[in-house]
Design a protein around this ligand. Structure first.
Ligand SMILES: [Zn+2]
Length: 116
């Protein structure tokens, strides 16, 4: 890992006060989760710069919360995350817009579980 990447990750954790980014979790954040997943296909679709951007990361506590942060593959939500990251919005606006998408995704998933 390059020094500037380490620095970006530390900044990310500090912005979140070292708390997991998943809403309602509140455990310590010690691993980095990609929102647009770190895959070959995503790097092809969305570029290395976007996949490696701080806007595409959240600090999380566990693999379980890591999965909740992943926005999914080839979905409309993934496209919106991409468009948000490359837009000229402020870092805070990007952060909030992407967070809303993550929350919406997880609420829909929980709603599906409730129906069963
Ligand atoms: Zn968590």
């Amino acid at each position: 890992m390059k020094a500037n990447e380490r620095e970006k990750i530390r900044e990310l954790y500090e912005e979140q006060n070292w708390i997991c980014a998943v809403e309602g979790c509140n455990k310590g954040a010690f691993q980095r989760a990609h929102i647009l997943g770190n895959t070959k296909l995503n790097r092809h679709l969305y570029t290395d710069a976007v996949i490696d951007s701080k806007e595409n990361w959240r600090g999380v506590c566990s693999l379980e919360c890591n999965k909740k942060v992943d926005i999914g593959k080839g979905t409309l939500r993934a496209e919106i995350v991409y468009q948000t990251i490359i837009s000229d919005k402020s870092y805070t606006d990007k952060w909030n817009l992407i967070n809303d998408l993550i929350i919406e995704k997880n609420e829909l998933r929980e709603a599906k579980i409730d129906i069963k």
